[in-house]
Design a protein around this ligand. Sequence first.
Ligand code: NAP
Ligand code: GCO
Length: 263
Amino acid sequence: MVNFDLSGKVALVTGASYGIGFAIAAAMAGAGAAIVFNDIRQELVDKGLAAYREAGIEAHGYVCNVTSEDAVNKLVSKVEAEVGVIDILVNNAGIIKRIPMCEMTADQFRQVVDVDLNAPFIVSKAVIPSMIRKGGGKIINICSMMSELGRETVSAYAAAKGGLKMLTKNIASEYGQYNIQCNGIGPGYIATPQTAPLREPQPDGSRHPFDQFILSKTPANRWGAPEDLAGPAVFLASEASDFVNGHILYVDGGILAYIGRQP
Ligand code: NAP
Ligand code: GCO
């Protein structure tokens, strides 16, 4: 019997007050996991707690900036004391800055890499020792189409997400011997606040050019919804994927397979 059950497991999903992280956490809760999430500001944690409660989920919310190693180590200690050892980590928190590379400052580049690449390193490093002591664990890194492809204005994001793909493979390589599986999910274009600027209707009511572009590049002919990531996330968090390691599972409606619809 294939086991997708997460009962008795503690899942930490970073940056999960809303968006993709929220959908993944809600799906894991539906499979039985206890949900822990963090956000940068208390009011967002409170907003997230209310949203989880509305969905019938009693989540545990903490304020933590995942770019701070000290704050992350304190978060993990607090979670272990108050909820339990983290069995499943989803490195979801992320930012993007859409700026032409030659107009981007080094500080702006660093800010993106700090959240999208350095933070998954920091949080993974904080949870792995307890996973080893417990006999295993699951780490899921939220990668991107930009782990494979570039486009104008997203140089820092693509560099970070490309690095996150390789960090995923390296954690799998280094800690697979301790029954830790580290995999990635590569969402396609998903309708969340992060991509809202790319979908804004034009003044004349027509679709945003980028919106039309993505539809032409997606065989499914639609943007993804955060809920499209739920099943893949539960699969990678469960025993059903115990022999899957270092894999990036693209959930993109077929974008990476498709040359694009002829105009
Ligand atoms: P989103 O709507 O912008 O949400 C990102 C979340 O991360 C927010 O809750 C944000 O909190 C949190 N966060 C940002 N910086 C943080 C930090 N330093 N510490 C703690 N939390 C932090 O993004 P999303 O679309 O749900 O994306 C979630 C993940 O999926 C990201 O890694 C993104 O790169 C990736 N992704 C998104 C898409 C897409 O099309 N949407 C596709 C592929 C991959 P605040 O609200 O406080 O900023
Ligand atoms: C962009 C988008 C993408 C998506 C996602 C695609 O500006 O191209 O924000 O980067 O967020 O990462 O997988």
